[in-house]
Design a protein around this ligand. Structure first.
Ligand SMILES: *[C@@H]1O[C@H](CO)[C@@H](O)[C@H](O)[C@H]1NC(C)=O
Ligand SMILES: *[C@@H]1O[C@H](CO)[C@@H](O)[C@H](O)[C@H]1NC(C)=O
Ligand SMILES: *[C@@H]1O[C@H](CO)[C@@H](O)[C@H](O)[C@H]1NC(C)=O
Length: 409
C-alpha cells in the first residue's frame, strides 16, 4: 500500500506555491483562514466552514496560536476555534480536522477545559485572557469564528480544493449523465478520474458543489465486489468511507446523495447518472493509471453497551445480539468531532413490545422511543453527540434486539 501511495505522489506532485480561494487568506504559507465577525452559533459556524471543505481553525502549536491571533487582529471579539472536549482532560479534546487531540499542544486558560460549561471552545479576545482557550456551551452563544481550509495549487478550474480540480458533469453540457464506464472515460479525457473521497472535509466540499442544483445524487469513483469490499478506481487508499449502512447490495457502483448526510449508495453501473471527476490541480495529463487495488475495510466491534464513548463511527447492538437479550439495560454514548453531526441507522430491529430503545439528541431531547419489529428510519443529531438507551423486559425467546450503525457527516 505504501508503494502505491508513493507512486501516485510521483505522478501528481507539482512544485508550486500554495494558494487559497473562496476569500480565504494564506497564513504562514500553510493554512487558508477566513474570519467571519457575524455572531454565530457553533453548529452554523461549523456548517459554513464545512461548505468550503474546511473546519473551524485548528491551532496545533504556539506559532499557529500567534499567527491566528495576528490574523484576527484587534477586533475585540472572541471567536470559535476547532476543538471539542468530551471531558476536562485535554487528551479528550479533539481537533475538528480529525488529526489528534489537544494533549500535545493547547492554550486553555487556567481551570479549562471545563465541560460543565460545554464542550465547545473559543479563543478569548482581549484582556489578560487574550488568545487563551475557554470552554463554552455550543448552541446558546453566538460568536465570531475563523474557518480553516486546506491550501491548493494554482489552476483556473472552477472548483479547486486541496490540490485537486473537481469537474461536475452537469456543468459540461456535452454529457451530463453517463453510465460508469463512459463517465470514467469522460473523466480521463479531462486528465482525471471519477472522484475518490478521502476525508469528511472532502465529502463536505464535494456535497456542497451540488447545493444550488436539482441533482440529488451523482456517481463517484468507488466500486465494490460482493460482499461489500469497496475500493477506489483511481487506486488511492480506501482511507475514508461513507457508505450508507442501508445502501443495499444491488449494483457494484456508488452514488453520493447530495441531501442531509452525503452518504453513498450502491447503484447499477449501467444506469446513466450525473458524475464528478477529479484531477490534480495545475498538472498535465499522464498515462492510464494501473488497475484498482482491493482494500478490505476494518472489522467492526460488537455490542458497545455502557462504553464510555463510541467515537466517530461504528456499529453497536443490543447485548448478545443476534441472540436473545434477556433482562438488561444499556446506554450507548455516540460522539464525533465537534465539527460534525451524527446520523444513526438501524440495520436490524426486533424487540419485544415492552422493550424500549430511546434515541436522544445532543441537547438531551428525545428523538424517538422505539419498540416492535419494524425498521426505524434514520435519526440525525443537531450537534456532535447522541445517546441511545436500551431497556428490556423478559423477552420472548427469539427477540434478537437491534443492530445499529452511526456515521458522522
Ligand atoms: C465534456 O465532456 C466531453 C465528452 O465527455 C469532453 O470531451 C470534454 O472535455 C468535457 N468538457 C469539460 C469542460 O469537462
Ligand atoms: C435539472 O434541471 C435541468 C434544467 O432545468 C433539467 O434539464 C434536468 O433534467 C433536471 N434534472 C433533474 C435530475 O431533475
Ligand atoms: C449498564 O449500566 C447499568 C448502570 O450502571 C447497569 O445497571 C447495567 O447492568 C449495565 N448493563 C450491562 C449489560 O452491563
Amino acid at each position: 500500500m505504501k508503494l502505491l501511495v508513493f507512486l501516485s505522489l510521483v505522478v501528481y506532485t507539482v512544485s508550486d506555491t500554495p494558494v487559497c480561494n473562496n476569500g480565504f487568506s494564506l497564513v504562514n504559507s500553510a493554512k487558508c483562514l477566513k474570519l467571519v465577525t457575524t455572531p454565530t452559533k457553533h453548529r452554523t459556524a461549523e456548517a459554513n466552514c464545512a461548505s468550503y471543505g474546511g473546519t473551524l481553525v485548528t491551532i496545533r502549536n504556539a506559532i499557529d496560536n500567534r499567527a491566528v491571533s495576528t490574523f484576527v487582529g484587534n477586533i475585540g471579539l472572541s471567536f470559535w476555534i476547532g476543538v471539542y472536549c468530551v471531558t476536562n482532560d485535554p487528551t479528550t479534546c479533539y481537533f475538528d480536522d480529525d488529526l489528534g487531540t489537544a494533549s500535545a499542544y493547547n492554550n486553555f486558560a487556567r481551570g479549562f477545559p471545563n465541560t460543565d460549561l460545554g464542550g465547545c471552545v473559543y479563543s478569548a479576545s482581549s484582556g489578560s485572557l487574550a488568545g487563551q482557550w475557554i470552554s463554552s456551551e455550543c448552541e446558546d452563544v453566538e460568536m465570531a469564528y475563523v474557518c480553516e481550509a486546506p491550501t491548493t495549487k494554482t489552476d483556473s478550474c472552477a472548483h479547486n480544493y486541496n490540490g485537486y480540480c473537481y469537474l461536475t458533469s452537469h456543468e459540461n453540457a456535452t454529457s451530463p449523465a453517463l453510465p460508469f464506464t463512459a463517465a470514467q472515460d469522460a473523466c480521463r479525457q479531462n486528465c482525471g478520474e471519477l472522484v475518490s473521497i478521502h476525508s469528511r472535509r472532502e465529502n463536505n466540499y464535494v456535497q456542497n458543489l451540488y447545493t444550488n442544483t436539482n441533482i440529488s445524487a451523482f456517481l463517484i469513483g468507488a466500486l465494490t465486489t460482493a460482499p461489500l469490499t469497496p475500493y477506489w478506481i483511481d487506486q488511492s487508499r480506501w482511507d475514508y468511507g461513507h457508505v450508507n449502512p442501508r445502501s443495499g447490495s444491488t449494483g457494484s457502483c456508488f452514488q453520493m446523495t447530495t441531501g442531509t448526510d452525503g452518504t453513498w449508495y450502491q447503484v447499477d453501473c449501467k444506469a446513466s447518472q450525473y458524475f464528478l471527476c477529479k484531477r490534480p490541480a495545475g498538472t498535465v495529463c499522464n498515462s492510464t493509471p494501473p488497475p484498482p487495488v482491493i482494500v478490505t475495510p476494518a472489522p467492526t466491534n460488537p455490542s458497545g453497551c455502557n462504553s464510555t464513548s463510541l467515537f466517530s463511527s461504528g456499529t453497536f447492538t443490543s447485548p448478545n445480539y443476534p441472540s436473545a437479550y434477556g433482562v438488561t439495560w444499556c446506554v450507548y454514548k455516540l460522539t464525533t468531532l465537534g465539527a460534525y453531526r451524527i446520523s444513526l441507522y438501524f440495520t436490524d430491529f426486533y424487540v419485544y413490545q415492552y422493550t424500549f430503545v430511546n434515541v436522544y439528541d445532543s441537547n438531551g431531547a428525545r428523538l424517538a422511543q422505539l419498540t416492535g419489529t419494524s425498521l426505524p428510519s434514520p435519526y440525525y443529531s443537531s450537534s456532535n453527540t447522541m445517546t441511545v438507551s436500551f431497556s428490556s423486559t423478559p423477552g420472548t425467546p427469539g427477540y434478537r434486539g437491534f443492530n445499529a450503525k452511526f456515521l458522522s457527516f
